[in-house]
Design a protein. Structure first.
Length: 276
């Protein structure tokens, strides 16, 4: 008895049909995400203070630096997403928000403070690509003052973005590599926020409270947190009234452009006295 031979199943047409069905979905998401990027740029200009206005050539430069850093780290993003680029150069001290498409789209910039070298227990903020994941859970400021009367993380409720233990050079003594906790957070709105734009921190990244709120409310770096919210349960740190944008990212990219002089655009306007 001869074995029964069935004709091979022709999967290619089925695959074409499946792909054809997915293409409108992908196109729809791309259009929605592009629109959300425009919404974020508008919100940045309206809600973040103080802001910086780097010229177009600088916007393009930092977009290219972001792409170069991801490639150097062996990271290929699955699609366009939001990323935050920080230049730790003491003559820049800026955070630049991008929609990482091709080419990257600049959405806004604000002054920051990174590690101040030359003082004990202060680290040089490390450079590289740092993923924002649930491995190092975020938390929120309690609004308490330290021994010096400083609201180190800002007012109560400000989000503290935790990027885990990282290797960084000590800013004192032999300047040897050591470990520090890399975080990004707001700062004292009454005594320290007016110093943004200069290196002041112990190694973390201090950002304006308004930028903290924008990133937090729109979930711009919350790709992993929103995935957990959809599949497991909402992490407590996420705002109940948040409005997450399509294309949430997960990367903080820190660079150092090593300028010879401070460009005019990096001298950010100071916030009003007492404004958080």
């Amino acid at each position: 008895m001869f074995p029964l031979r069935l004709p091979p199943i022709r999967q290619r047409p089925l695959r074409r049909i499946a792909l054809a069905g997915l293409l409108p979905l992908a196109a729809g998401f791309a259009a929605q995400a592009q629109s959300s990027a425009q919404d974020v740029a508008r919100a940045f200009s309206q809600q973040v203070s103080p802001v910086l206005a780097p010229p177009v050539e600088e916007q393009e430069r930092y977009g290219e630096l972001a792409q170069d850093a991801l490639r150097a780290a062996g990271i290929t993003p699955l699609g366009p997403q939001f990323v935050l680029v920080v230049d730790r150069d003491t003559k820049i001290q800026a955070a630049l928000l991008y929609w990482l498409s091709r080419p990257p789209v600049f959405l806004g910039a604000a002054p920051v403070s990174t590690g101040r070298v030359g003082q004990f227990d202060h680290f040089e903020t490390p450079i590289g690509v740092f993923a924002h994941t649930l491995d190092n859970p975020d938390y929120r400021a309690e609004g308490t003052r330290n021994a010096n009367g400083i609201l180190g993380y800002g007012v109560k409720g400000m989000r503290v973005y935790d990027f885990g233990w990282q290797t960084a050079h000590k800013g004192w003594g032999d300047r040897a590599p050591a470990t520090m906790r890399l975080q990004m957070h707001a700062t004292d709105p009454y005594r320290l926020e007016q110093r943004l734009g200069t290196a002041q921190s112990k190694g973390c990244i201090r950002i304006p409270a308004t930028l903290n709120r924008l990133i937090d409310r729109l979930g711009l770096l919350d790709a992993d947190y929103e995935l957990a919210a959809a599949l497991v349960g909402t992490p407590w740190v996420l705002l109940r009234d948040r409005t997450p944008m399509p294309g949430a990212g997960r990367y903080l990219i820190i660079v150092d452009t090593a300028r010879a002089a401070r460009p005019s655009w990096a001298a950010g306007a100071q916030p009003d006295k007492g404004k958080p």
